[in-house]
Each structure stands twice: as C-alpha cells, then as structure tokens.
Design a protein around this ligand. Sequence first.
Ligand code: HMG
Length: 391
Amino acid sequence: MTSVSAIGIHDLSFATSEFVLPHTALADHNGTEIGKYHLGIGQQSMSITAADEDIVTLGAAAAAPIIARHGTDQIRTVVFATESSIDQAKSAGVYVHSLLGLPSAARVVELKQACYGATAALQFAIGLVHRDPTQRVLVIASDVSKYELDSPGEATQGAAAVAMLVAADPALVRIEEPSGVFTADVMDFWRPNYRDAALVDGQESITAYLQAVEGSWKDYTEQGGRALDEFAAFCYHQPFTKMAYKAHTHLLNTCGYDTDKDAIARAIGQTTAYNAVVGNSYTAAVYLGLAALLDQADDLTDQAVAFLSYGSGSVAEFFAGTVVPGYREHLRTEANSEAIARRRPVDYAGYRELHEQTFPTDGGDHPTPEQTTGPFRLAGIRAHKRVYQVR
Ligand code: HMG
C-alpha cells in the first residue's frame, strides 16, 4: 500500500428541497423593505422542505448521482455531517446507506459541530484515504435551517445537501496542507435538544464569525500557508451571502490590504450564486459555494481556492485547494441548475404550515402527505421509526 499526496474532492453533487419561498413573499408578510433582503443580507429566496423531506432524503438525493457515476466498490466509509439531526443515537447516514444500496462492508457515522461539521468530515476522510489510497470516502453534508417565525433569523433559513466523494488523485480539487484552525466557546447560535428552531444572537454571531476568520487565518499563516494574494477565489461559509462579503473585507483589513469593492466581488461573487437562492444550508453552505464557483468561473485549472468553514459555538478552519486540470469534464453544472430550477414556489401561508408541522410523539402511525417529486421520501413515522421510500 502506498501513500499519496494528492487527495481531495473527486466528485461533488448537491440536492435541495421541493419548495422555494421568495423573499418578496416574506417581505410582503412582515412589511420589510425588500432591499434589506436583496441587498442587506444578499438573499433572493430560500429552499423549504416538503412535509416528506428531511436531511436523509436530501442527503440521499445528493449522493445518488455520485454512486451512479462511480459505483460503490471503493466506498468503505460514509460520514454524514449535520446539525439538524433526526435521531440522538442512529446516524442519518445509515438510512442513506440503505436507500443507496451501499455495501454492508462499510462504516457509517454522523458528525456535528454546527456548520463546520462537513469540513471536519472532509479532513477526516482525507486522513482515511492517506492511510489507504485505494479507499474512497463518501462525505454527505445535509441540513434544514430553521429559525422561529417572525424572528430576524427567519430570512436566513434554507435547506440543501452536498455529497462529495473524497479520493486519491481527485478529479476536481486537491485539498492542501496546512489548515488553520480556531475554536472559541461562544453562545452565538445553538439549538438545545428539545427545540426544532435554533436560538441565535444575530449580531454576536456575526462578530464571532469574523473573530474566527481572523483566528483561523492567523493559525494558517503560522502553519506556513499560502499568501493571501495567491488565491484566485475564496469560498466562505454563507449563512447569507452578504456574510461572505463581510468576512472577506475583514480578512483583507486584517492583512492590511485594500478593500476595493470590485476586487472583493471578483474574489467571492461567483461563490454566492447558489447560496443566494437556496439560503443557509448550514454544513453544506461552503461546498455549495464551491459548486457555484466551479460551475461559473472561467478556467480555474491549477489555481488555488481558499476555504473558510465556520460553525457557531464556535469552530473554524481556513484551508486551500488546488483545482485539477480537466475538472470541467466532471462538473454537474446542468444538474445543479436543475436542482434549483425544479423547486416549486410556495406562498407564505403554505410555508408557514410547513414550518409549523411536527410529528406526534405518541408512537402511532403517522404517514406524511406525498409532496416531494424528488427521488426519496420520508413516508411517515410508525412506532417511533422513520420510514423512507425510494420514489
Ligand atoms: P437583522 O437585525 O434583521 O438585520 O438581522 P440588520 O438590521 O442587521 O440588517 C441587515 C443588513 O441589511 C444591514 O447591513 C442593514 O444596513 C441592511 P449591514 O450593516 O450588515 O451591512 N439593510 C438594508 N439594505 C438595503 N436596503 C434596505 C435595508 N434595510 C437594512 N432597505 C441577521 C440580520 C443576519 C443578524 C439575522 O438575519 C440573523 O440573526 N440571522 C441568523 C444568524 C446568522 O446567520 N449569523 C451569521 C453568522 S453565524 C454563522 O454563520 C453560523 C450559522 O450558519 C449557524 C451554524 O454555524 O450552525 C448561522
């Protein structure tokens, strides 16, 4: 067995929900000037899950095209990153493993640290592939972001899953060493086990994010990372797309660079296209940014891309990737556009009904209405067990 230095993202696919709520509908309901949503936070619409969708159906839908293209043979590990977990014990990844017919000779686990979880999953996957380069790891980041109705956070909801196949000699992006890492115990955003919707101190969360950008960048440079001007683009965690602009401006200020608006737009503009219409997809958000960048940018071959992954609470990581020659042949640009375009608009009343939907906890038989047109659905809950179907 030989060790290889080039390990990274071999394939990337994403899925989002059945429904979409335009921010104009939210603004009409709560009397907010639409400029606050479109310009102030940089959001156009947000993905809303159907009654029969959840992190499992989204995660399976994101991963299915990867399995269709590459098969299952070399996948011995599935890491499912989420902060909208559906069970305190069982990994959501085990349901996905079953829905996709993955081999029983596999380990499956769920990881959590707010929106940072997928980056932990990616790094752990790289470690496993280093140990045995013949193996591949399926990383799935899947989340449904939910805040209280009529709260400031409501405009920053969303839902999506990203699946990545991590492998030696990757076809898309080689992930580099070193990483800059940062942890600080802050209560900017959290969700106690008894709550569906997150609790958040909005302004505190923005400050904590910016401190984490600074802290992880400082560590990245101390570990011998690249200079800032070597990067062709920057993929930030995007709870709302304006946050990427705030983060990049802060990083440039920290490093003593000019904060020229056009240069900032060139560095991050293309990473925001999917997040602006999907909303916050928590663990998936930074990799949705990567998908948008790869799909839209002119040739990025051999160029360095920076990643800043932030998860409230808080943990952050700054790291780099290099785009691999020939990457464009492996992109899923059309499918990605289709995942966004296929969503059906829901009106405000319909969104509110979906937001308030909860399952009874009495152990009875509770089927869900058939709403999703996606490949997998949550058929209901029976005797406290979630029942999934391939459609
Ligand atoms: P808010 O208090 O409703 O909004 O909350 P605001 O008053 O701060 O206004 C937002 C921006 O709109 C401001 O711009 C206004 O000036 C502008 P800024 O000063 O920030 O540049 N504005 C307008 N612009 C144009 N035309 C207008 C107009 N009116 C106002 N007419 C907040 C906003 C984001 C705080 C809220 O939505 C929230 O609490 N969201 C959830 C928390 C969040 O997303 N935090 C981000 C950092 S933490 C993070 O990223 C982690 C997270 O993903 C969770 C995890 O890790 O698991 C959240």
